[in-house]
Design a protein around this ligand. Sequence first.
Ligand code: GDP
Ligand code: MG
Length: 476
Amino acid sequence: SSGTDRELRAPICCILGHVDAGKTKLLDCIRHSNVQGVEAGGITQQIGATYLPVENIRERTSLKAEATIKVPGLLVIDTPGHQSFSNMRLRGSSLCDVAVVVVDITQGLEKQTIESIGLLKRRDVKFVVALNKVDRLYGWKTCPNAPIVKALKSQSDDVQREFKWRVAEVVTQLKECGFNSALYYENKKIKEVVNIVPTSAVSGEGIPDLLLLLVRWVPEIMMEKLTYADTVECTVLEVNEVKEFGTTIDVVLINGALKKGDQIVVCTKQGPVTTSIRHLLTPYPLKELRAKGSYERHEELKAAQGVKIVARGVQHALAGTSLIVVKPGHDLEQAEAAAMQEIDNAINPSNENERGKNEDETEVKEISRIQTCKEGVYVQASSLGTLEAIIEHLKTLSLDVPVSGCNLGPVHKQDVMKATAMLKRKEEYAAILAFDVKVMPEAFELAVESGVKIFVADTVYKLVDSFTDHIKKLKK
Ligand code: GDP
Ligand code: MG
């Protein structure tokens, strides 16, 4: 058949869904294979992503060695709420080939689920639904890491009945979003009908199914897109300081190869910066981390991968923009012009006439629509949905914590600057509540110097609790 001699790259997958549906837990479950009786089989924690080689997926699924899988692995992006994703949306392109939309089976589709599905639909990004928390069905008998059909067979009639009607409910809700869907093992039209994979991110049922579906179904439906090409396609996720190397940029290499010494152009607010790759790095596999230092150096890396690049002059690179490689003999001016175009689009999204400008304007508008007061805390989150959830939660507290400002993405110095305004107005509110976002080192330093408190937590409740505890202490 066609395409058997093609070289395919790993599909890039991101995980979306409503807050608390189990995105983080699912990622953990995929990543740590503290799966009983299964060796970790070469999973590597990459920059902003986790790479699962196909052998690992085979091991977990007890799939026969000869069963064909056409891709070398799966690259799962760790931080779907990352700022670069908002920029990505602004540019109307998509870093991911495919998405997993996590739905809590006991809740069905929720607000953010519907938002995510809407976005994927507009972008024409294919997705599967992980119908998570099946272990929460009343009376569920745990079958750790079992394929879902096997796990279902061990359940009582009552559990199976509840499972069926909950699935039917979700199918109806997806229909209302404009998608036909079916349990993946009953789905006969995998190109048109959305696959539903029941999972438990806690006990692991259905996780083998999800991984296997991704590495087998994705190449079926997007052979062209996954065909390895020499042309470099590479997106900047973030800029980082690393002790032994200085300024580095973390990128996702979507296609092509990067070589040490390559001339590159990155986008900054000040314009295109032309420089060259001094080091190409990836973290060592976890077990080797201590022995060899933090990063492994490479001469060349091929897509798809998460990569850390050391280069001069990249400290202002904009997250979500492209990194352009200028091969010897190629036109540098042309590359710089392309970078300039991206910079324009990143800075003035309204100039852009691409598809997708609308919802991002909506996102900006929606942020500015969030009610803020002159005196209040500063809230920062990875997505609009979580931001709203936190603000909503703050309002319902007996303390009634007002919000003076908010932002999406990593906490930067500017955010801390804004929060410092409260030091004079109302000191107890000189705080940043940061959910599921990184705090940049300069931001952290400024916070320490100025006396702004930064609270970081991985659940909305923990975040709000640690802040209210702090307020209570102050009041005493
Ligand atoms: P996120 O907001 O989508 O990232 O959700 P989390 O991964 O943080 O999960 C929210 C809560 O649900 C946590 O307390 C998890 O332990 C729990 N959780 C997630 N997945 C499952 C699951 O499959 N089964 C059960 N019982 N709990 C889960
Ligand atoms: Mg999470």
